[in-house]
Ligand binder design. Sequence first.
Ligand SMILES: [Zn+2]
Length: 71
Amino acid sequence: MPTYTYVCEQCGSKFEAFASIKKKESGWRPECPQCGSPETRQTYTTVTVIADPQSLPVGGSCCTPRKRVIR
Ligand SMILES: [Zn+2]
C-alpha cells in the first residue's frame, strides 16, 4: 500500500499515512495523530537528489557544462 505524507493544518505536524488509491480518490483524509484534526492535506516531500559520485565524469567538475546552453 502506498504511503503518503500529510501535514496537519492545525498543528503543522507531518505524518505518514497509508491509503489505497481508491480510498484516496474518494476524498479520504487521515486525521492528525498529534491533535486529531481532520484538517490535513497531502504534502510531497521534496527529495533532494544527491548525485551519485559514480555517475559523475571521472576527473570532471560538477560545474563543467556538458551541454551547450542556447540563450
Ligand atoms: Zn495536528
